[in-house]
Design a protein around this ligand. Sequence first.
Ligand code: DWN
Length: 421
Amino acid sequence: MDRKKIKTDAKKYLLKKCRICASDRLYTFVSLGAMPIPNGFLSKEELGKKEPYYPLETCVCESCWLVQLSHVIPPELMFKNYLYIPSTSITMLDHFRNMAEEAIQSYRLKPGDRVMDIGSNDGSLLSFFKEQEMKVFGIDPASNLAQLARLKGIDTLDDFFTEELAKRVVPEKGHAKVITATNVVAHVNNLHDLCEGVRLLLDKEGVFICEFPYLPDLISKNEFDTIYHEHLSYFSIQPLITLFKKHNLHIINIKKTSVHGGSIRIHVAPQNSSHQPTNRVQEFIREEALRKINSRSLYEDFGRRVKVIKRDLINYLKKLKNQGKKIVGYGASAKGNVLLNYCNIGTNLIEYIVDSIPYKQGRYTPGTHIPIHAENKLEKDMPDYALLMAWNFAEEILRKQVKYREKGGQFIITIPYLRVE
Ligand code: DWN
């Protein structure tokens, strides 16, 4: 074992029962091995230090069909100083603007109405509500991001969202007409505590709008690199209905969105509110039955495809290297680090990675220790190939790098299948 690699004790983090229905019928179907926390970028000084490796494995509950990680890493290790800032992408800013406009129109929000965001990050989503004079309040455990939000005038509490926190917030901030949560619910271990907190915070006619990657899309598009320690759950509608019912909440509407490889945005309301489910809920349930999300074979087939993608990518990169080609990475994303660590791809194949986020430039990828540079290095250096590690922004990035491509540079894209563009 590499002297710097510390294999942590998997048993310590092992999930013993389903986080929605408490069943112990958990069927493991993909193991990506042990790897460092994928957003744990290293400074030059940290390269020589010991690096903890944590198990990365997924299972499906054969009672409620929630897909979840088989091990739960302490959230403090991942979220107290968080580096994912969606507002660095035009795609995500546009997405948040549309989400705010949709909520304002759907629920006839007016100036002064209270809107809260759980996992509010740097306040980007709430800013669009604030522009429409709503009273906004953000909750996010990352102190570094809460500071950025406050600089934008977004009232933010830097703490993990819990039922206990909700009890403290209501007397001071009142109830919310809308509570949003984008790419947060999948990161939460105690979903029952989250639901109780949401129910406490919500106005009696309020709506909880949450969005996360959609499991059937992850499976059908082979998006195995979105499986990582931050994402404890991988949702389909069926287990969510089970979850919300336990808390007198119900899904009233569902919308598919294209972000992060295919996500769903669900609207959840108190069962005793006037909000009634649209037929979209039943449509999704029928569609998920057709896609066999409650059958072991779906997950076994996925596990087999993941191994083929790994084999084909390694063989392809090795072939290019043997031909004397220069290959770099593009987009130092968490999912990119999962791909690199799972395929054991280091500087032997990828010379460096370019990325738009200043904090990441000058640092190194966790586990594989590939140096990260600013994006402008790509066109200056003109490597033959760039492995796109942020395929969720393929359109935006390929548009941005039209000159690199016109000069002969090519992008290698792995999802949903290996191709060169
Ligand atoms: O839940 C999460 C998922 C949904 O999104 C978070 N855990 C973090 C994030 O996952 P990720 O890290 O795999 O994807 P990112 O952060 O969206 O990856 C984008 C990376 O690519 C960033 O480091 C920025 C970089 N980038 C770039 O270099 N040029 C992005 C764009 C749009 C660009 O033009």
